[in-house]
Design a protein around this ligand. Structure first.
Ligand SMILES: C[S@@+](CC[C@H](N)C(=O)[O-])C[C@H]1O[C@@H](n2cnc3c(N)ncnc32)[C@H](O)[C@@H]1O
Length: 221
């Protein structure tokens, strides 16, 4: 199976588990575990929400939207339209159910497809987001270049950095459990990708958690 095939398969069978990381109603032990050992997930969420402020009246593209945590929250905060795309249908089912529960189903649309294969037609977005996605991309350049070409304003994407302890452990765990490979990026590499994608401006926001990496804040405006 290709790496992308393994990643897709992983997020199909693991959808409920991944969605559970954000679940505020889970047990205190699980919540504490996630806040400590998966801190980067919450830090990058805060960065993306801050960089998307104010979302009022804007259109968003949420690539690898997973369980729709970003999409639905942005819609709840006033975004005009949010298109979430993911190749894991079980993730999208959770995203749609959560949109209905939050009363934002009319403003959100969740599409099942692989991002590079999807035809967006003429539609362009004010802000595009890809959080926790570049971790799984063997060839990140076409992905970021397509993101940039679909975006009028900001491009927000997280990139994990290699750390000897966490990086090696994660890579080993993923390989041994058939979850595909993980890819790491230096800050220089992210800047190089951003320039080659044609982004007019960019800066990197460090994710303050051990070995976690950066959020690229690109701007096309
Ligand atoms: C780690 S999850 C992150 C979900 C969400 N962005 C978040 O941070 O809560 C990564 C998601 O990206 C999706 N994904 C990865 N590569 C993709 C691709 N090439 N096309 C569409 N979805 C992809 C996976 O199915 C998975 O749901």
């Amino acid at each position: 199976m290709s790496n992308l095939g393994e990643v897709q398969h992983r997020f199909e069978w693991d959808a409920a588990n991944f969605a559970g990381i954000y679940d505020d109603e889970s047990s205190i032990v699980w919540r504490t575990f996630n806040r400590v050992f998966r801190k980067a997930i919450f830090v990058r969420y805060d960065v993306a929400m801050r960089e998307s402020t104010p979302p009022d009246g804007k259109s968003f593209l949420d690539i690898g939207c997973g369980s729709g945590v970003y999409s639905n929250e942005l819609a709840r905060r006033g975004a005009q339209r949010v298109l979430g795309i993911d190749f894991s249908e079980p993730m999208l089912e959770i995203a749609r159910a959560s949109a209905a529960k939050l009363g934002v189903a009319a403003k959100t649309n969740f599409v099942s497809d692989e991002f590079l294969k999807h035809d967006f037609g003429e539609e362009r977005f004010d802000i595009s987001i890809a959080m926790g996605v570049f971790d799984y991309l063997e060839d990140p350049q076409p992905f970021l270049t397509k993101m940039a070409s679909l975006t009028r304003g900001k491009v927000l994407a997280s990139f994990p950095r290699y750390s000897l302890l966490r990086g090696t452990a994660r890579r080993l765990r993923y390989r041994l459990t058939g979850r595909g490979d993980v890819f790491y990026y230096s800050s220089d590499k992210v800047s190089q990708l951003a320039r080659a994608a044609g982004l007019k401006k960019h800066h990197l926001v460090p994710i303050e958690s051990s070995g976690a990496g950066v959020v690229l804040v690109g701007d096309n405006s």
